[in-house]
Write a protein that binds this ligand. Structure first.
Ligand code: AMP
Ligand code: MG
Length: 735
């Protein structure tokens, strides 16, 4: 028995992209482009205004201009009224709206918000106070799309936005691959059509549905349970699957468990131009399972090669795949066609047409759905021209133990849920859809993935990472909602500029280079500045933070949201040194090094540990802030310092000072508990570092945490202070 991956390979090796066809572009949505689309014309086709305002000559502004006309979107400025005067004499302007052609001779647009109407200059005067460069607020010809630019590539799937691009560029025709026609039939004497009369199978492509609510219709739908009948689910489901995969469909109805009837139905589909025939049921080992023989040609009308008839998988073992040809119709067949699909003579002659792909899916509805997703849908997508037609594979974390099948690898239906999963890799949580017996179609409800589980014995434990084949659009399901993260932002130059300007003031230079005494103070310390950075632990109050340190790291909500300052501080520190004229080249004797010491998270414990470690190899340790509640860092490291570093948050500092001031009186219990909390945090830091937190000193290094507001300024001020304050002042100050 072949494996499922082998089966998919075989099917895809027989399914080729169909021939090219040209379509009006709007009809090509869902198709794949067979050739690239280039822009036949530029866009915008004329210099267009980006703003509502005044078209000017940039050379004329600043200045007061006379408005000589108006150009509006779709109503360009015509020739001047008397035909003689050009609009573009010096000192002229034209009122213009967004999207209007900028009249020849003008090269900039001044937004209406940036003009004033000077009194006493006449109603046609506008004053512009600022300079505008040539091209300001003007989209030049072809600035969005250049003539000849490749807009869409061969192999691109056309979606609404690709259609929009083609429309904007005025491309009318799409060169695509033809969409395959998939004919679908259900086999089984037990089957009744739940939509009989509403949707009449007639062998026609995309037959329209009609709703018939008459008594006759409903009675004909009634199930004859005593005769063992059940409703036909597969055909309707598979027709919808085929449409969703991008195929055109042909409904062949329910076919009795009779080989001639089956051969007749398949032949009819082929005559009507089907590229793919999908049957469900009748492929297992019962005495009424005739499909394989029919596909092999044993009952005339068709001749075929069966590539496989069983696959090592659960559900769907009897999955059958064949390539079939229509053999020429005989006179007797023609005659018997309408009366009865009776056995016909086989003349063995094949037509030259491409073989039709025939799939015999197992009758159990879950098996039919799963095998369609795994082999039929990829075949359809390959025929449409998809570059990679296979189902998308993800990884997911199991939400529960799943027992394995002892005989076959299983495709276990599951939902995917990103929101509920706190794995740092952001893998979705896979939840089984429940009992997986192949007749229980409700196990497909909401199923987004097929988990690829190996053959047993044993089970796969909850929390295991498994691979999952995506079988529906997960983007529209509720479970795809990851927490929002703020990306790390590279600050624009001006943020640094403020720092650099401060560094330039010369104080820093003096501290780091020129002050001999200070230089001596640091002689025994490594010339290095460590920046302790950390993911952020959201917390609301001091007591929250105190508790936060007792929470095991595995249970912590840690995020980088609101923590884009770390990179900026690191960068600003380097620039500070650079601008102060201090070498940062590690090889030089006097060079300073700047390095990042990343704490696992922003709790006082982790910060204290990171600061402690960094202090071994740095003179100065800076704790990057992580948001408004980053008092833990201050509590841990700078608690009690008397240096007046700008980093100490007042709300942290005040209660602490009170706590250690024996004569202090508390206004109320709340104030007292604040102080207790602050002391508790400091105690945690003391305990965790082993050395304790001295006044701004950890293992001989100066430590400061930076506030989240005005961080760069504080950095400069703090660095400077640290280097100027005599060492004696901070040494030995024990909390
Ligand atoms: P078969 O593959 O024909 O042996 O059918 C296997 C099981 O699936 C039987 O219980 C059938 O009654 C059931 N079955 C077959 N075709 C369908 C269908 N179109 N809709 C619902 N159940 C079906
Ligand atoms: Mg059957």
């Amino acid at each position: 028995m072949i494996s499922m991956p082998e089966a998919i390979d075989i099917v895809l090796s027989r399914a080729a992209p169909l021939e090219e066809e040209s379509l009006p572009f709007p009809d090509a949505v869902g198709r794949v482009l067979a050739s690239e689309v280039t822009a036949p014309r530029p866009h915008p086709p004329f210099p267009a205004s980006i703003m509502d305002g005044y078209a000017v000559r940039s050379a004329d502004v600043p200045g007061t201009l006379r408005v000589v006309g108006a150009a509006r979107a779709g109503a360009p400025l015509g020739p001047s009224a008397d035909g003689s005067e050009t609009h573009t004499g010096a000192g002229r302007a034209v009122y213009i709206t967004t999207g209007a052609p900028v009249p020849p001779g003008f090269d900039a647009v001044v937004p209406v918000e940036r003009v004033s109407f000077p009194k006493g200059e006449g109603s046609d005067a506008v004053a512009v106070a600022d300079a505008f460069v040539p091209g300001a607020n003007v989209r030049s010809v072809g600035s969005d799309i250049q003539r000849g630019e490749v807009l869409l590539h061969a192999g691109d799937r056309v979606g609404p936005h690709e259609l929009g691009i083609a429309a904007l560029a005025g491309v009318s025709e799409a060169r695509t691959r033809r969409a395959p026609t998939v004919a679908v039939l259900s086999t089984g004497d037990e089957l009744a059509d739940p939509y009989a009369r509403m949707y009449k199978p007639n062998g026609q492509t995309d037959a329209p549905a009609t709703i018939d609510r008459s008594a006759a219709a409903s009675s004909s739908d009634r199930l004859d349970v005593s005769a063992g009948s059940i409703f036909d689910a597969n055909r309707h489901m598979l027709l919808a699957c085929a449409r969703e995969a991008g195929a055109r469909v042909m409904d062949l109805g329910i076919v009795r468990d009779d080989p001639d009837a089956l051969a007749g139905a398949v032949a009819k589909a082929m005559d009507a131009g089907a590229d793919v025939v999908v049957a469900s049921g009748g492929v297992s080992e019962g005495d009424k399972d005739h499909l394989k023989d029919v596909l092999l040609g044993s009952f005339g009308r068709i001749a075929g090669v069966v590539h496989f008839g069983r696959v090592m998988m659960k559900p769907g073992k009897p999955l059958t795949f064949a390539e079939i040809h229509r053999v020429s119709r005989t006179d007797s067949e023609d005659r018997s066609e309408d009366r009865d699909e009776s056995r016909t003579q086989l003349d063995g002659k094949k037509t030259n047409k491409k073989p039709v792909l025939a799939f015999g899916l197992p009758g159990n509805p879950v098996s039919a759905a799963v095998t369609f997703a795994l082999v039929v849908a990829p075949a359809v997508r390959r025929m449409l021209g998809w570059v990679d037609p296979r189902p998308r594979r993800l990884q997911a974390v199991l939400a529960q133990d799943i027992a394995l099948d002892k005989e076959r690898p299983e495709y276990h239906r599951a939902t995917l849920d990103w929101e509920a999963n706190d794995s740092s890799a952001n893998l979705p949580l896979a939840r089984s859809t429940g009992r997986q017996i192949s007749s229980r179609l409700t196990s497909m409800r909401g199923a987004e993935a097929l988990l690829e589980l190996p053959r047993g014995p044993g089970f796969v434990a909850k929390g295991t990472v498994v691979s999952a084949l995506v079988i529906r659009d997960i983007g529209t399901q509720g479970g795809l909602q990851m927490p929002r993260v703020r990306p790390k932002v590279v600050r624009p130059e001006n943020a640094h500029d403020r720092v650099l300007a401060a560094a330039d003031a010369g104080v820093a230079k003096k501290a780091l280079r020129d002050d001999e005494d200070d230089a001596k103070k640091f002689a025994l310390r490594p010339k290095a500045i460590a920046v302790v950075t950390h993911p952020f632990v959201p917390a609301k109050s001091l007591s929250d933070l105190a508790r936060e340190s007792d929470v095991p790291d595995s249970d912590r909500a840690v995020t980088d949201e609101g923590n884009d300052d770390a990179a900026a501080i690191l960068e600003a520190t380097r620039r500070f040194l650079q601008r102060a004229g201090v070498s940062t080249d590690g090889d030089e004797k006097n060079a300073w090094r700047v390095f990042e010491a990343r704490a696992e998270n922003g709790t006082s414990r982790r910060l204290a540990l990171a600061a402690r470690a960094a202090a071994e190899t740095a003179s100065i340790v800076l704790i990057a802030p992580s948001g408004p509640s980053a008092v833990s860092s201050q509590a841990a490291v700078v608690a009690g310092t008397d240096l007046g570093f700008p980093g100490l948050a007042p709300r942290m500092r005040a209660p602490l000072e009170k706590k250690y001031d024996q004569s202090a009186k508390y206004d109320d219990d709340e104030e007292r508990s604040e102080a207790e909390d602050a002391a508790a945090l400091a105690a945690i830091a003391y305990r965790e570092t082993g050395f304790g937190i001295n006044a701004g000193q950890v293992a001989g290094a100066v430590v400061a945490s930076l506030p989240c507001t005005n961080c760069e300024e504080a950095l400069v001020e703090g660095l400077t202070k640290m280097l100027l304050v005599p060492r004696e002042k901070w040494e030995g100050l024990v909390l």
